[in-house]
Design a protein around this ligand. Structure first.
Ligand SMILES: Nc1ncnc2c1ncn2[C@@H]1O[C@H](COP(=O)(O)OP(=O)(O)OP(=O)(O)O)[C@@H](O)[C@H]1O
Ligand SMILES: [Mg+2]
Length: 227
C-alpha cells in the first residue's frame, strides 16, 4: 500500500538574483512499512525535502500525498491538525519543550487535539523506550540519548502515517546512535511504522530497505537494498 506519494516537487527559496532552487522536480513514492534512508552532500536539499514531506513548509510547486491526502490543498489550520496526527517528526536537537516533563512532552500532540491518551499504548511506548522511570523529569535532567527517546515517543503517540527523522543521531555518541537506530528499526519492523531517515552515517543508511541519494535538489540514485 502506497502511504506517501510525491509528484514533481520543487522548492525555490527567495526571489530574483538570490533565489535558490533547493528541490528540483522530485517524484517518488513510499510503501507502508518501508524504511527509507536519504543521503547526499550538505546543501543538496535533504532537509528541504523532509520539511515538505512533513507539512512544515509549502512547496513552490508539486504535490505531496500522505495516506491519500493531498496535503497542500489543506488550509493552515487543517494542515496543522493533519501534521500532528499523521506525521511524526524527529530532529537532531530533539526540540522538546523545556518546561514540560517527559510525560507531558510525549502526550502533548494528543492533548493539543483534545484526544485521550491510550494508557496502554503510552505505557508500551515508554517501556520500550526505557523511559518509565523518567516520566516526571524535565528535558534538561536527561541525557542526549534519553531526550531523543522522548522525541521518538512524542512522534509515535498519535500512530502517524509516516515518521520522518532529520539526522536523529547527529548529536549522539556511537553507543547512543546505535540504540536510537535500533529503536527506530524496532518500531519500523514490529509495528510496520513507515520510516524516512536523513543521515550522513553510511552504517545507518545500510540498515534501511532503500536508499535515496539527493544531489543538487534532484534524485541521483534510488536503490532497494532489501526487497
Ligand atoms: N530558509 C532558507 N532560505 C534560503 N535558502 C535556504 C533555506 N533553507 C535552505 N536553503 C538552501 O537550500 C539548499 C538546500 O538546503 P537543505 O537544508 O535542504 O540541505 P541539506 O541537504 O539538508 O544539507 P545538510 O546536510 O547540510 O543539512 C541549500 O543551498 C541551502 O542554502
Ligand atoms: Mg539538512
Amino acid at each position: 500500500m502506497e502511504i506517501l506519494k510525491i509528484e514533481n516537487l520543487s522548492k525555490i527559496y527567495g526571489k530574483g538574483e538570490t533565489a535558490v532552487k533547493a528541490l528540483d522536480d522530485v517524484s517518488f513514492s513510499v510503501q507502508k512499512g518501508e524504511f527509507v534512508a536519504i543521503i547526499g552532500p550538505s546543501g543538496s536539499g535533504k532537509s528541504t525535502l523532509l520539511h515538505l514531506l512533513g507539512g512544515v513548509d509549502r512547496p513552490t510547486s508539486g504535490k505531496v500525498f500522505v495516506d491519500n491526502t493531498d496535503m497542500y490543498t489543506l488550509n493552515e489550520t487543517k494542515l496543522a491538525i493533519f501534521r500532528r496526527r499523521q506525521i511524526g517528526l524527529i530532529y537532531q536537537f530533539y526540540n522538546l519543550i523545556p518546561i514540560l516533563t517527559v510525560e507531558e512532552n510525549i502526550t502533548l500532540p494528543m492533548l493539543l487535539d483534545q484526544h485521550k491518551v491510550d494508557k496502554k499504548q503510552f505505557a508500551d511506548i515508554t517501556r520500550i523506550l526505557g523511559l518509565e522511570n523518567r516520566l516526571n523529569h524535565l528535558p534538561n535532567q536527561l541525557s542526549g540519548g534519553q531526550q531523543q527517546r522522548v522525541s521518538i515517543g512524542r512522534a509515535l503517540i498519535s500512530n502517524p502515517a509516516i515518521m520522518l527523522a532529520d539526522e536523529p543521531t547527529g548529536n549522539l555518541d556511537s553507543k547512543n546512535s546505535g540504540d536510537i537506530i535500533d529503536l527506530l528499526k524496532m518500531f519500523n519492523k514490529t509495528y510496520n511504522q513507515t520510516l524516512i531517515v536523513i543521515t550522513h552515517d553510511e552504517r545507518i543508511a545500510l540498515q534501511a530497505d532503500r536508499v535515496i541519494s539527493i544531489e543538487d535538489g534532484r534524485i541521483a540514485k534510488d536503490e532497494v537494498i532489501r526487497p
